[in-house]
Design a protein around this ligand. Sequence first.
Ligand code: NCD
Length: 314
Amino acid sequence: MNYHTLYHHDILTSSQFTKADVEAIFAKTKHMRELVKTKGGNDTLKGTIMTALFYEPSSRTFGSFVAAMQRLGGGIIPLQGVVYSSVAKGETLEDTVKTFDNFSDVIVIRHPQQGAANIAANAVDVPVINAGDGPGEHPTQALLDLFTIADHFPSIDGLTVTFAGDLLYGRTVHSLTTLLSLYAPAGITCVSPSELQMPIEFVQALKKKNIPVRQTDELEPELVKTDVLYVTRVQRERFRDLDVYEKLKHRYIVTKETMNRLNKKAILMHPFPRVGEIATDVDSDSRALYIREQMRNGLYVRMALLSLVLRKEP
Ligand code: NCD
């Protein structure tokens, strides 16, 4: 990737990236990790401003984007729980983003509607970064997830990745399978209740790349052969019928016993928030990466992305 690939470009979907793009982002991410560890940050984004326009709750994505911008010397317009802006008066998404187009150099948006980031991107001149569009995608999360995997194992090729939970509405797994398909994993296993299966287009995309993909509703038999166990929350806010949610919400719970059966060299990931899918006493297991590496990598990856999107030079 040359430095113009992301410069002034939107980040809307994982499918926009080539393997070379991902690897250039990861090289920059390592540089950012080193920068934070040695100096805390620098001033390379001084004079630029990021609007963080969040129409849905967020802790990690919002917090790490804001921290990323500030560690690089940039400014922020933090709009979380957009009730305080004119959206509460009935303003359209287009009008809102056009407003912040005037004040900032990049807009990071999270919205409950699938495709909202694309609508925003079409309405403004500044680059738009999709921080989650309903049950659609979450490409920056996928980059931090894949970075965490790549940083842990010698190679992504040959790994067996098991996704468990809400694969229908969980946008992070949609974006991560797309990035994994740039590599040659040994296989991807989708563990979910039949009501919450991975959307067919993602399964087909994996098959098209000759990546073995299986769907099952049983987690236990997968544990010994898994290298990466990626667990997700059942997405309560996407259900019309909350009785269905109640029935499915705790279909898979990772406990110490689960960890005893999980491959010793595997890693356990979760995008968070968790609402009971992983028992808290699992946190001290050295294979549990969700609170330490995975979250911190969110900061480094977003520093890398903001730098690549906002700066012309390396
Ligand atoms: C995820 C999201 O918002 O899609 N969280 C995150 O960004 N780390 C996962 C979730 O909400 O379950």
